[in-house]
Design a protein around this ligand. Sequence first.
Ligand code: TIU
Length: 220
Amino acid sequence: MVDIPARPYPYPLDPGHTALVVIDMQRDFIEPGGFGDSLGNDVSRLEAIIPATAALIALFREEGWPIIHTREAHMPDLSDCPPAKISRGKPGLRIGDTGAMGRILIAGEPGNQIVDALAPIAGEIVIDKPGKGMFYATGIHERLQDMGISHLVFAGVTTEVCVQTSMREANDRGYECLLIEDATESYFPQFKASAIEMIAAQGGIVGWVTPLSELQKTLA
Ligand code: TIU
């Protein structure tokens, strides 16, 4: 075990059993004209974490540790998207509707691709998830179990929606979870701050949080 300085106390990283999860760094959420923009959000905040997220990915690649990239994505016939999820959006800009980068949150569309700066490379796992959480209807738990993974380091967007949901799902499945706080972002600064506090509160009820620099320093 390697102790990483973190809140609420040092995170016991297990080098042979740790994977990085990069949540939904797709054009839909980060670039103008995508789903995030269509919901009325200022997407420029999210673009700002690309360098830190790229550095985190580079660190895991150097270590030779597994990397999982997720995308929030639905099948073109929307058979994996409950009506309740579709109906939340503004008419004309809902999941499956055509936006500036193709059909919104639909697998294979331009907007559904991970941003170029964080593109997966051969050997990395990419999962399309129909829910906000990474475990719902993806089979990823079984794959992680087969790989012997017990520790998950999280990055991506948005902190309080897909990242926090995925961390909670992971925590319930027994994974030790660490969120890299400068490699995650929200459209709402106060939601990011609150999500981070919620994760680390009560003795780390959902996991640990730390800046990228602590991980870099400890693994250098
Ligand atoms: N990936 C993710 O967080 N999906 C969302 O819909 N997030 C929002 O904050 N809307």
